[in-house]
Design a protein around this ligand. Structure first.
Ligand code: ATP
Length: 321
């Protein structure tokens, strides 16, 4: 059985990462495995910046957003020199396995280390929910709820002034957050990269139609992959006569205490990762499908495309009019 492992968080932070770290450390300690907490993603692995964790190092973190190990993006790690530095650290510390918590970029890093002989298990931690092999990624539920709460506030003021709120939400190249929060907030239009749109037909005409039925305030949800909310607001105001304001929600979406769903999924995934690593199994991605925790080969996982539920989009358009 493996004696020493490391855990790191990489890429954009996501609420629930701490719950995953906690599960990895506690499951590792339970098996008598030494667990290093590696600071700032792959940077800490290359620069040997880490500390030994124990049962109490992860006390009181299950409820905290962000990541106690800090996160980073590292170009150096993609180079052969960076990879060699990381492998050297693993050899010096006796690290025989790694848990990498992050998005698909981090999975590629985990795959590369596995190829160099250090078994690596990746856990999907990203608010974007854009991992093909997985129904759900850690942080998505919290981000969705944060957006909903923020847009509820924006809606209060839009309602008071008969305005249109044009809101940009995160998701990088994926529209999951915009679609789900658009449904939860009753947005009149939802613009996501997966569904081609015509601004006149899908925003202006929809607004005019709802105006005719008596609606006087509106929410338009726009994915960051589409952007341009300021220009959209100007165009809406010019073409419908409704005063329009743009809001880019930004980093507020990444923070906050994780929801119960994120804490539970993160705990299950962290535990599962250690069960794989203890037997020396690496190059795997932990996933959840239909509420069952499973794992996939990283190559296979990276080849799987995530796709939007078009029926859900159609439903949202039919009921938010
Ligand atoms: P998020 O979805 O939140 O943005 P991510 O994990 O996809 O998270 P990236 O910036 O794409 O974020 O990747 C994180 C880090 O993983 C990179 O900074 C880099 O160190 C490593 N990484 C990304 N792509 C590769 C690759 N092709 N080979 C090796 N390492 C990589």
């Amino acid at each position: 059985m493996i004696k020493t492992i490391g855990v790191l968080t990489s890429g954009g932070d996501a609420p629930g990462m701490n719950a995953a770290i906690r599960a990895v450390v506690r499951a590792g300690c339970e098996l008598g495995i030494k667990v290093y907490g590696i600071m700032r993603g792959f940077n800490g692995l290359m620069s040997n910046d880490m500390y030994e964790m124990n049962l109490r190092s992860v006390s009181d973190i299950i409820n905290r957003g962000g990541t106690i190990l800090c996160s980073a993006r590292s170009e150096r790690f993609k180079t052969e020199e960076g990879m060699q530095a990381a492998i050297r650290t693993c050899r010096e510390r006796g690290i025989e396995g790694l848990v990498v918590i992050g998005g698909d970029g981090s999975f590629r890093g985990a795959r590369d280390i596995s190829l160099k002989g250090i078994p690596c298990v990746a856990i999907p931690g990203t608010i974007d929910n854009d991992i093909g092999c997985c129904d759900y990624t850690i942080g998505y539920d919290t981000a969705m709820n944060t957006i909903m709460q923020m847009v509820d506030r924006i809606r209060d003021t839009a309602e008071s002034h008969d305005r249109c709120a044009v809101v940009e939400v995160m998701g990088r190249g994926a529209g999951y957050l915009a679609l789900s929060s658009g449904i939860a907030c009753g947005a009149t239009s939802i613009l996501i990269p997966e569904v081609p749109y015509d601004f006149d037909r899908d925003v202006i005409e929809r607004m005019k139609r709802t105006q005719r039925s008596g609606k006087v305030h509106f929410v338009i949800m726009v994915s960051e992959a589409i952007g341009g909310v300021e220009e959209m607001a100007k165009r809406i105001q010019a073409e419908t006569g409704v005063e329009a304001r743009a809001t880019i929600l930004g980093h507020v979406q990444r923070g906050g205490s994780p929801t119960s769903k994120d804490r539970i999924v993160a705990s299950r995934m962290g535990y599962h990762a250690v069960q794989l690593l203890k037997d020396g199994i690496g190059n795997r991605v932990v996933a959840i499908q239909k509420d069952e925790v499973m794992d996939f080969d990283i190559y296979e996982a990276l080849g799987m495309k995530s796709s939007i539920d078009l029926e859900m989009y159609k439903m949202a358009m039919e009921i938010s009019i």
